[in-house]
Design a protein around this ligand. Structure first.
Ligand code: DGT
Ligand code: CA
Ligand code: CA
Ligand code: ZN
Length: 576
């Protein structure tokens, strides 16, 4: 039998699973981390690992040392790995799958397997329902309920990809198409990616060309492409080495507007738009309009909307949430843009868990064209993040003032990301908070508390007059952690009353608040701050995802405080 060629995604998955096995076995954590790091690097290679192997260059992959390169060589030449098979014999693969349940780590998985012989998520669910888990040492009725809720969340979870993962991949392919294939006249991302949804099912790309076969041939031969799942005259679907699916559609340039409009979606927006067309005696498809025998074709998207008597609607609004009615009434919002952002109000440095110095972060923020940036390192009780004591905070202030002497067009402000503790009190006393320019208060612990308790914690933080911003209010991590049980309506009411600013955390795994909550907040007059929460220089660039999310929530520049000039911002936070 011919050996199956493994994709980068499959190789990475095997390394990740080995890491999981090592953790369950209780091996030192560094071993597992090394496997995960290598897996990430293989996933992000941008070319076929089999080629690298044939060139004998496996050790050029970051994180691949001698031992791992031997294992990869065995895996890629035989399609099997003895070490992996041995682990699978020791511990059933279903035990590793338990780790996918939120709140189940390696210790718990091992416990369930050793004590109850549980070797699948289904078995864990059954045992939890029968009340068997609460009898295990270290677990209890509460943990049992959490595990059961985690299993239910797992059932609901799809394999959608975060926007921040899909976006750079799509941009790279678009650049390759535009610069490498002369037959390509225009190339654009469509679908949920163009609408900037927080998660993406697959990447849809569109090309205008009169030579579709040439474009398709170029596309399937890109180094990122793993396998071709569908090849047709106008549509080709592929799976990339990193596991993402990409659909490419090619149409002649004179119909590009209709194509772009149709495949940008959303489906709901298109259905509503088609209804409007019908009411005007028109039929609408991805090829253009028809009125009886007459055909109206559109090279630009503006013409599609224009034919229906509408202004162009920004893609982020196309969810059938009232945008067509607003367009008809001439009431589309003038959405915030990245260029409106004057500064970033939530940044970490190596004073807590960030990777770079104050000076480097300040320089990077200034280089982005910002007028100000707030350094908001963690407060003392967040031990894992090397939170600052009040004393260290004062030392940091001196350093910030020293740096400010070197700037004339930019100002570094001092803030902190202050823990909201389990009882709702803050991690710094009021006199320390009073010295800061901007105070961000966030929850990082007790995130699974029940609704009333966790809501009360947030509200008591908002009622502290020193607190300016609530950081990542709902606490979700996309694909990993559901949002906390917070009563968002109660929070919005108090925010409106106290003038507390709510964050739109732009980190792709968070995007918190999300689009729906942003729109509700704006409707209630609550102000927003779009922040990167950067922990390194590159992290500042996620601002674009936050702005896109705010646009999906119909936000205008006036709804977002970090579009203000410095003096107005300082006035707003009571510092001038
Ligand atoms: P995704 O990939 O799940 O994140 O979401 P989309 O919106 O990218 O959906 P996808 O990839 O299935 O299709 C891309 C666009 O094509 C979609 O937004 C609208 C359009 N489309 C696809 N199927 C249909 C359909 O059956 N009817 C209509 N009206 N439009 C469709
Ligand atoms: Ca899609
Ligand atoms: Ca698609
Ligand atoms: Zn933070």
């Amino acid at each position: 039998m011919a050996k199956k060629t493994l994709t980068n995604g499959e190789v990475a998955q095997i390394l990740r699973t080995i890491a999981d096995y090592l953790e369950i076995k209780g091996e030192i954590i560094y071993k597992a981390l090394a496997y995960r790091r290598a897996a990430d690097n293989i996933l992000n290679l941008g070319r076929d690992i089999n080629e690298i192997w044939r060139e004998g260059k496996l050790r050029d992959i970051p994180g691949v040392g001698e031992a791992l390169s031997k294992k990869l060589d065995e895996l890629l030449s035989t399609g099997r790995l003895g070490y992996y098979e041995q682990l699978q014999e020791e511990i059933p693969p279903g035990v590793v799958e338990l780790l996918a349940i939120p709140d189940v780590g390696p210790k718990t998985a091992k416990l369930l397997w050793e004590r109850l012989g549980i070797a699948s998520v289904a078995e864990a669910e059954r045992a939890a329902r029968q009340g068997q888990l609460r009898q295990l040492p270290g677990l209890g009725a509460k943990s049992e309920a959490k595990i059961l809720a985690g299993i239910q969340a797992l059932h609901r979870r799809s394999d959608r990809i975060p926007l921040g993962t899909a976006w750079p991949v799509a941009q790279e392919i678009l650049m390759d198409l535009e610069s490498g294939c002369p037959a390509v006249q225009r190339a654009t991302a469509a679908g949920s990616l163009r609408r900037m949804k927080a998660t993406i099912g697959d990447i849809d790309l569109l090309v205008a060309s009169t030579e579709p076969e040439v474009v398709m041939e170029f596309f399937v031969n890109l180094p990122q492409v793993g396998e071709i799942s569908l090849r047709g005259p106008t549509k080709t679907s592929v799976i990339l080495h990193n596991g993402l699916q990409v659909d490419l559609r090619v149409l002649p340039p004179e119909r590009y507007g209709s194509l772009l409009q149709y495949f940008t979606g959303s489906k709901a927006h298109n259905v509503a738009l088609r209804g409007l067309a019908q009411s005007q005696g028109l039929s609408l498809s991805e090829y253009g309009f028809k009125r009886g025998q007459e055909e109206i074709i559109c090279a630009e998207e503006e013409e599609v909307y224009g034919t229906l008597g509408l202004p162009w609607i920004p893609p982020e609004l196309r969810e059938d949430r009232g945008e067509i009615e607003a367009a008809q009434d001439g009431a589309l919002p003038e959405l915030i843009e990245l260029a409106d952002i004057q500064g970033d109000l939530h940044i970490h440095t190596d004073w807590s868990d960030g990777a770079v110095s104050l000076a480097q972060m300040a320089e990077a923020a200034r280089a982005r064209g910002y007028r100000y940036a707030v350094i908001s390192d963690h407060s003392r009780s967040l031990g894992v993040a090397r939170g600052l004591t009040a004393e260290r905070l004062r030392q940091q202030r001196a350093e910030i003032e020293r740096l400010n002497e070197g700037f004339n067009d930019f100002r570094l402000l001092q803030g902190a990301e202050v823990e909201i503790k389990a009882d709702g009190s803050l991690d710094f006393p009021d006199e320390v908070l009073a010295e800061l320019d901007v105070v961000v208060a966030s929850l990082h612990s007790g995130l699974r508390q029940e609704r009333e308790r966790i809501t009360a914690r947030l509200i008591s933080a908002m009622r502290n007059p020193h607190v300016d911003i609530i950081g990542h209010p709902l606490g979700r991590i996309i694909g990993q952690r559901e949002e906390s049980a917070i009563d968002i309506d109660a929070v919005l009411e108090v925010a409106a009353e106290t003038g507390t600013i709510l964050e739109v955390n732009a980190t792709p795994a968070r995007l918190d608040l999300d689009d729906v909550h942003i729109r509700r907040a704006i409707g209630m007059g609550v102000k927003l701050a779009i922040n990167s929460d950067a922990h390194n220089v590159g992290g500042l660039a996620v601002m674009a995802y936050g702005v896109a999310t705010a646009r999906r929530g119909w936000a205008k520049a006036g709804d977002v405080v970090n579009t203000l000039p410095l003096d107005e911002l300082l006035k707003l936070v009571g510092k001038q």
